[in-house]
Design a protein. Structure first.
Ligand SMILES: C[S@@+](CC[C@H](N)C(=O)[O-])C[C@H]1O[C@@H](n2cnc3c(N)ncnc32)[C@H](O)[C@@H]1O
Length: 258
């Protein structure tokens, strides 16, 4: 079992072509203890100014962030985002944008998905204007309630893994190190538990939740078992632990511009 690093890009591309907007469906069904959803959490963490949403997907951040521009390489995702604001079709590791052209940037559930996080961060450094900030939202291993931990334990045992797989697991395990290696100084780092409502009448249905997970090496039988498990959680909540880091370009970083 296992997916090689050369197989991940094709899997991620096919995944988002087949399910545009699925990350938005999940995160928009999740609330922290104050009733705030993850996109609003990100939007509030970045100072005012133009925001480049790198790997924007269907563009949900635009709803809570004025002066937004989205960039993604999936045409299916961009089609869903088309009424939300200016869009750029392109790769995050080779952005068709001028040096210093955006005030701030965000990577929401994206840095652990791209082929080369450090190449993407180098591009973010290049396009940010001096003093710009980047907000990076990634999955975390906590906080979880005992009930969440039990539910995820069952889910992972069905998947046959100790953690959910991502193309770049080091970004989930050590996001600070990755951002620092990419030339950023961390100015904020917080974890929060969001509650995801697993109910199609007011959240995301259990089958759709299972569909939202990157599970490249799971066959039909295990997937059916996973759906059965999630349905048993039905009309209830599951914790979604997320981590938000905010970085500023470290003095001296960049291609001779700073
Ligand atoms: C998990 S989704 C997150 C989407 C969005 N940020 C959100 O929170 O709804 C990851 C996104 O990354 C995009 N993506 C993956 N690799 C990329 C790359 N190299 N350049 C640009 N976008 C990329 C995918 O097309 C997908 O829309």
């Amino acid at each position: 079992m296992g997916v090689t690093s050369s197989e991940w890009p094709g899997y991620v591309r096919r995944f988002h072509d087949a399910r545009p907007g699925i990350t938005e469906e999940v995160l928009c069904s999740a609330r922290d203890v104050h009733g705030v959803d993850p996109y609003r959490w990100v939007a509030r963490a970045v100072p005012d100014g133009t925001l480049l949403d790198v790997a924007c997907g269907s563009g949900p951040l635009a709803a809570v962030r004025p002066a937004w521009t989205g960039l993604d390489c999936s045409m299916a995702e961009l089609r869903q985002a088309h009424r939300r604001g200016p869009l750029v079709a392109g790769r995050a590791d080779a952005m068709p944008l001028a040096d210093g052209s955006v005030a701030h940037a965000a990577l929401v559930m994206a840095l652990m998905v791209v082929d080369s996080p450090l190449d993407v961060l180098a591009e973010v450094v290049r396009v940010l204007s001096p003093g710009g900030a980047v907000a990076v939202l990634v999955p975390a291993d906590g906080p979880l309630t005992a009930r969440d931990a039990f539910a995820y334990g069952l889910l992972l045992s069905l998947v046959g893994r100790t953690a959910l797989p991502f193309p770049r697991p080091e970004v989930v395990a050590q996001p600070r190190d990755v951002l620092e290696s990419g030339g950023f100084e961390i100015v904020a780092d917080e974890r929060r538990r969001f509650e995801l409502r697993l109910d199609p009448r007011g959240g995301i249905g259990p089958d759709r939740f299972v569909e939202s997970l990157y599970l490249p090496d799971i066959g039909h039988r295990r997937r059916t078992a996973l759906r059965g498990l999630a349905r048993r959680w039905g009309s209830t909540h599951i914790g979604l632990p997320l981590r938000l880091l905010v970085g500023r370009v470290r003095t001296g970083t960049g291609r001779g511009r700073r």
